[in-house]
Design a protein around this ligand. Structure first.
Ligand code: HEC
Ligand code: HEC
Ligand code: HEC
Ligand code: HEC
Ligand code: HEC
Ligand code: HEC
Length: 276
């Protein structure tokens, strides 16, 4: 008898529990605004930007055609008929059309991040961008326009097009690319650039854009011989004034660029297209 009462008690409380459980569930339900269905869940969830539901991913599948968004959110992206402004989040100049929205975002508009939001140098879209663009102790800076056509506006012709990758446009009138400089999109490499040794006595090395070894910066890669012992021997051009022919320190004649101990004293004068 005692057991049956206990059993009833247990079953009873279970039923009661399931009822309260149910009603709690009902109260927990967030009311769904009909207008939310315009875009799916997660479209504006900035805590989950890598989600395929986030609007960035959608914009990519639409080949970045922002006209699609402007039709409802206004040409100035301030909300238009939706009343929902893009510029509340995209609060830099020109809203979503700012140069840092789709690529770059650190010091400049160049990757990282790349168009697939990769951050690592091994990614083709990231590669050696910042090595070329940022101030360095060894080499002069390179401008975007040395390698690309640079758009003034997002919609400029030649900027966003049907191709998967960015276009490389070497300016053949520039000393850097004058003789036979060539970009190979197949293996993401460039050959015969002045910067990487295409000058008398230089080594004219072919560089892989997303190489991660960092060997490109060593004395002797672009001119001279990496396998020699001292820095001076390493750096001497292979022809012309070779190590065998010239015994004076480099600084005797290139004093604006190097010190006698072979440290570069003015990066802006090294790989700047001029002999100093
Ligand atoms: C057919 C009209 C329409 C088009 C086209 C449209 N939107 Fe919207 N969008 C709305 C409406 C209405 C809302 C507000 C209600 C809602 O969130 O669904 C909204 C809201 C948003 C929000 C949330 C805003 C906030 O502050 O939470 C984002 C983000 C957004 N849209 C991005 C886009 C992007 C990106 C595009 C272009 C790819 C786009 N929309 C195209 C109608 C549109
Ligand atoms: C709730 C904040 C928010 C709103 C509103 C918003 N965005 Fe974004 N959007 C972001 C964030 C965060 C990113 C990630 C990149 C970044 O930080 O700029 C992003 C990325 C993008 C990108 C880059 C896509 C890519 O692949 O890199 C585009 C284009 C864009 N938004 C367009 C819009 C447009 C157009 C609207 C208005 C219709 C809009 N956004 C409204 C927060 C927002
Ligand atoms: C030394 C040459 C060089 C300079 C300077 C340079 N880029 Fe690039 N850029 C490249 C190469 C190489 C690629 C890879 C192209 C490919 O995938 O075939 C690339 C790719 C890109 C991409 C596409 C990324 C992706 O995900 O595919 C963007 C965007 C870009 N560059 C923007 C810039 C901007 C903006 C600047 C200046 C702030 C700049 N680049 C400066 C060589 C350069
Ligand atoms: C809505 C996204 C978006 C915005 C905003 C944007 N870009 Fe781009 N950008 C791209 C895409 C996509 C590519 C790859 C180009 C392709 O399809 O060939 C690219 C490529 C580039 C390249 C490499 C050369 C090329 O055309 O392939 C440069 C340089 C560049 N962008 C500079 C800029 C500058 C400067 C701005 C600001 C005026 C800007 N971008 C704004 C999406 C964007
Ligand atoms: C006696 C003066 C003198 C010394 C010492 C000297 N150079 Fe030069 N260097 C020149 C002159 C002049 C040129 C111009 C081209 C030529 O006549 O070979 C030149 C050209 C170069 C070039 C470009 C190659 C070319 O022909 O365009 C490099 C690289 C170079 N020097 C590096 C060095 C290095 C590294 C050292 C020290 C290891 C060094 N030079 C020592 C005078 C000198
Ligand atoms: C990325 C390729 C590259 C590497 C690595 C390199 N150089 Fe050069 N170097 C050049 C180029 C290109 C020149 C031709 C002149 C110019 O444009 O400055 C040059 C020229 C020189 C000159 C002649 C003076 C002048 O006008 O620049 C000296 C001296 C020199 N390099 C020393 C060095 C030393 C020391 C190292 C190692 C720290 C080194 N180089 C590494 C590319 C390189």
């Amino acid at each position: 008898m005692k057991n049956t009462i206990a059993l009833f008690f247990v079953i009873g409380s279970l039923i009661l529990l399931s009822f309260t459980g149910c009603s709690e569930l009902k109260n927990d339900k967030t009311p769904v605004e009909p207008s939310l269905s315009v875009h799916g869940i997660g479209f504006a969830d900035t805590t989950n930007q890598l989600s395929a539901n986030f609007h960035a991913a959608y914009v990519r599948t639409k080949k970045y055609d922002l006209l699609l968004c402007q039709s409802c959110h206004g040409v100035d992206y301030a909300g238009g008929k939706t009343g929902q402004s893009c510029n509340s989040c995209h609060n830099k100049a020109n809203g979503p059309e700012n140069c840092l929205t789709c690529h770059g975002g650190g010091a400049n508009a160049a990757p990282p991040k790349d168009l697939s939001w990769n951050m690592n140098i091994a990614s083709r879209g990231v590669g050696a961008h910042q090595k070329h663009l940022l101030a360095d102790t060894l080499f002069a800076k390179v401008a975007c326009a040395e390698c690309h056509n640079v758009p003034k506006n997002v919609k400029d012709a030649g900027h966003i097009d049907a191709t998967d990758h960015a276009e490389i446009r070497f300016d053949s009138t520039s000393i850097f690319f004058k003789s036979n400089a060539a970009y190979n999109a197949g293996d993401v490499s460039c050959a015969n650039t002045y910067c990487h040794g295409n000058f008398p006595g230089g080594n004219a090395v072919t560089m892989v854009w997303n190489d991660v070894t960092g060997s490109a910066a060593q004395c002797g890669t672009c001119h001279g011989d990496v396998n020699k012992l001292t820095v001076k021997e390493k750096a001497f051009p292979k022809t012309g004034h070779t190590y065998a022919a010239v015994t004076a320190d480099c600084s005797t004649c290139h004093g604006a660029v190097v010190k006698a101990d072979m440290t570069i004293i003015d990066a802006n004068r090294h790989v700047n297209g001029k002999l100093n």
